[in-house]
Design a protein around this ligand. Structure first.
Ligand code: FO1
Length: 321
């Protein structure tokens, strides 16, 4: 039996996930962390291939992220957008002047035949990021948000319509033909991970797309590395983004218990630990009845130290197994 090595795998979407990924990277040695990132938000826009969750993660890990906006680069300007506006071009999706370089560079590399994984590794290297960032798949997977009366591409729902339409469901176009990231699957097979952390991202549009890439969630379940998930809902609220609103519209209780039920029914026996905030401690027993270990701590990440402390907490849970 191969000895389990000590790399760590995190699954992440955008902002919420990137915060814990940063805390994990701070707590681990360079290169010890691997992050599997959602690409269901990716889209072609103005002739460019945009990978928002990959960029949010890379910018956050490199310290370049625009923390105020929650996406793009710090100290950004939007002269190109203003010029495009004057030409009558599409400017609802705000691409900053520095951020534009990432999209131009990525699109060119992809056109030259590089894989998204290779392009992402190249970007990480150039940004000085030593964490291994893996797109969840090379194939095209596009999240569709089914709303009352219309179906919207993810960025149209999230940015153009500002998450206002009421959601009725989600689908991930192309996912049945998608294959999970090869490097990650090989590392899982080689038992290279000592634990897996599912970051507090949106369950429906950030984590589900990753877990539902055929073969992935079962590979995580059947791997010796314990799986720890941090609830993205704290005291009935999502720290950022539309998760709480989506849950309410879907009739799912907007609670940590509601999140646990979402994961435990869709992915039986995947989770070893479900981490909830101190403010939700009274739900621990109810959640435990779903057949998952429950751990309680402060899960709100405001400062860098908060991110590091929560990261340490999740890593210790994984070791405790
Ligand atoms: N989110 C917005 O709410 N408005 C924007 O104009 C916007 C532009 C943008 C540009 C590049 C990028 O990588 C992300 C951008 N985002 C914007 C965020 C993006 O929609 C989200 O990061 C996700 O797709 C959800 O995590």
């Amino acid at each position: 039996m191969n000895r389990v090595q000590n790399s760590i795998l995190a699954l992440s979407g955008g902002v919420g996930g990137a915060k814990l990924a940063l805390g994990l990277a701070d707590e681990l040695t360079p290169g010890q962390l691997h992050v599997l990132v959602n690409t269901g938000d990716d889209f072609e826009h103005l002739g460019l291939h945009i990978s928002p969750d990959i960029d949010t993660l890379l910018y956050t890990l490199s310290g370049l992220a625009n923390e105020k906006l929650g996406w793009g680069l710090a100290g950004e300007t939007f002269s190109t957008m203003e010029a495009l506006q004057r030409l009558g071009g599409e400017t609802w999706f705000r691409l900053g002047d520095k951020d534009m370089a990432t999209h131009l560079w990525r699109t060119r590399q992809l056109k030259q035949g590089k894989s998204l994984g290779e392009v992402t590794a190249g970007l990480a290297r150039r940004l000085g990021v030593l964490t291994h960032v893996h797109p969840m798949t090379e194939e095209s997977v596009r999240t569709t948000v089914h709303c009352v009366g219309e179906d919207l591409a993810f960025q149209h729902y999230f940015v153009r319509e500002r998450c206002e339409p009421a959601v009725t469901g989600f689908s991930f176009e192309g996912i049945s033909a998608a294959r999970p990231n090869r490097d990650t699957m090989r590392l899982l097979h080689d038992k290279a991970f000592s634990s897996v952390v599912i970051c507090p991202s949106n369950p429906f549009v950030s984590v589900d797309p990753i877990l539902q890439v055929p073969g992935l969630w079962l590979a995580l379940r059947d791997n010796p590395a314990p799986v720890v998930l941090v609830s993205p809902i704290v005291a009935g609220q999502a720290i950022k983004g539309p998760a709480a609103k989506m849950m309410a519209e879907l009739g799912v209780p907007v609670t940590a218990l509601g999140v646990a039920q979402h994961y435990c029914t869709r992915y039986p026996r995947l989770l070893d630990y479900f981490v909830i905030d101190d403010s939700d401690a009274t739900m621990a027993d109810e959640i435990g009845k779903l057949g998952v270990g429950v751990a309680v701590t402060s899960t709100v990440m405001k400062s860098r130290e908060d991110k590091q402390r929560l990261a340490r907490f999740t890593l210790q849970l994984g070791e405790a197994q």
